[in-house]
Design a protein around this ligand. Structure first.
Ligand SMILES: Cc1cc2nc3c(=O)[nH]c(=O)nc-3n(C[C@H](O)[C@H](O)[C@H](O)COP(=O)(O)OP(=O)(O)OC[C@H]3O[C@@H](n4cnc5c(N)ncnc54)[C@H](O)[C@@H]3O)c2cc1C
Length: 427
């Protein structure tokens, strides 16, 4: 069942959010060229790009815009795709790997472009470090950097030795890594709210506390809500990890899982000793650790996942031991906020963009790389709806096998597989 009518999670982001607009609830039938279900980056970016192209748009969110993963994530803007270029080359060949790389880079540029075009105040900060937690991964890293520099023209990457990374991140937990200048981090909820404002001023009609209860399976798409039916030529399913009971095909190929973040109290001058250049960082664990400083000098740290329905009762206690593995020197520091969010993954960790039937699109499954990819998916959806399919189809042709286990056993099977990989992180 879709969660509805909820306020934002009690996060650091909600506490420092700027420029909320309270959008109304849909109270009657409505008609639009395009109806978008979900007000995260996917839906908001699609609403903005479609409105700019002259389409009439209705966007509904079951809760608030930015309520989902888009308002709760680590805020890291990564390069390219979630999978390494060497893997993409092996799977799809060089040509398609290059296309995916170029589109990933465009996604990164799109986010920066949207921030600057719409004057979105979201603490954008350049610089991202990848940290290697097992010596056995160092050779793979060197080969990947070599490939990126030689074949993909990447020139903003610096390799970091064990000493370099200790100095850059204030921890001895890593054996090496690399730094990218063009990737970076932002305040994810303020970015989402900025997109919502831009879409609103471009003409999109946005409704909150308006869950889609069903979407018609044939004929012109009709979206049923509590107080009215939305008729549209096209519907976009943009509910990502929160979309339940609307489309079986999407749910069989895109699984949700929960991930958790904390922020410390402001660290003052101690912050500078941790990450002097203020980059974001993410490590090589399968259940990745990711962290950065916030604008007001807190450590924001993400680590730990659960599969299934419930969040841990005490999220601070769940995440803190992970943080202390890297930063035992922060044992005395107070944790001010801790929260969880739900993201969506595919078997291949590549996004799931599809035209499900005439007039119905789905875009989700960004596998932890949605700040750039979901924003970009919104733009590609607008292109495809306007009949420009070429770039959308680079993604829509990517394989996305269903998760094993069928409806009943998908989640337990995923939990088992993820637990195995998480165990390997420790070996
Ligand atoms: C803890 C965490 C950390 C992450 N860190 C990063 C990171 O650092 N970098 C990165 O790139 N990515 C990260 N991600 C992933 C990223 O946040 C997501 O990929 C991205 O936000 C997905 O955006 P979206 O618009 O598709 O979905 P969401 O932002 O989840 O939005 C979906 C919206 O749909 C609405 N909805 C669902 N069902 C219905 C319905 N039936 N009717 C109406 N509305 C509905 C929900 O209320 C919700 O607001 C992280 C995710 C989590 C949870």
């Amino acid at each position: 069942m879709t969660i509805s009518g909820e306020a934002h999670a009690p996060s650091y982001y909600a506490a420092t959010a700027k420029g909320f607009i309270d959008f109304p609830t849909l109270e009657s039938d409505a008609r639009a060229d395009v109806c978008i279900i979900g007000g995260g980056y996917t839906g908001l970016s699609a609403a903005l790009h479609l409105s700019e192209r002259g389409y009439s748009v209705v966007l509904i969110d079951a809760n608030k815009v930015g309520w989902g993963a888009s308002g709760r994530n680590g805020g890291q803007l990564h390069s390219a795709q979630r999978r390494e270029q060497s893997t993409l080359e092996k799977w799809f060949g060089k040509k398609q790997a290059h296309q995916l790389f170029d589109l990933g880079e465009e996604a990164k540029a799109l986010v920066k472009g949207l921030i600057s075009k719409h004057d979105i105040d979201c603490d954008w900060q350049e610089g991202l470090i990848h940290a290697i937690h097992k010596p056995r991964y160092l050779d793979d890293m060197a080969r990947e950097i070599d490939l990126l520099q030689r074949d993909y023209g990447v020139n903003d990457v610096t390799t970091l030795s064990r000493d370099d990374i200790a100095a850059a991140l204030g921890t001895n937990a890593y054996f090496g890594g690399w730094r990218e200048q063009s990737a970076g981090h932002l305040h994810p909820l303020n970015y989402a709210l900025g997109l919502a404002r831009a879409a609103h001023f471009a003409g999109a009609r946005i409704y909150e506390n308006t869950p889609a209860l069903s979407v018609s399976k044939a004929g012109l798409p009709r979206v049923e809500t509590r107080n009215g039916i939305i008729s549209a030529d096209t519907v976009i399913l943009a509910g990502n990890g929160y979309l339940h009971g609307i489309d079986d095909d999407t749910e069989s190929r895109v699984m949700h899982l929960h991930n958790f973040i904390l922020t410390t109290e402001p660290l003052g001058l101690r912050a500078e000793a941790l990450i002097p250049q203020r980059e974001a960082a993410a490590d090589s664990r399968f259940v990745v650790y990711y962290w950065r400083l916030t604008k007001d000098n807190r450590l924001l740290f993400g680590g730990g996942e659960t599969y299934g329905q419930a969040f841990p009762k005490d999220i601070k206690a769940f995440v803190r031991p992970h943080m202390l593995k890297l930063y035992p020197q922060l044992a005395d520091v107070k944790i001010d906020y801790a929260w969880g969010g739900t993201l969506a993954v595919t078997m291949k960790r590549l996004p799931y963009l599809r035209r499900l039937r005439t007039g119905v699109y789905t875009a989700c499954g960004y596998s932890g790389q949605g700040v750039g990819t979901a924003s970009f998916a919104g733009k590609l959806l607008a292109e495809a709806i306007a009949g420009e399919n070429e770039r959308f189809d680079v993604f829509s042709k990517l394989p996305a096998p269903p998760f094993p286990g069928g409806r009943m056993f998908r989640t337990p099977t995923l939990a088992l597989a993820m637990t195995w990989y998480a165990l390997r992180d420790r070996l």
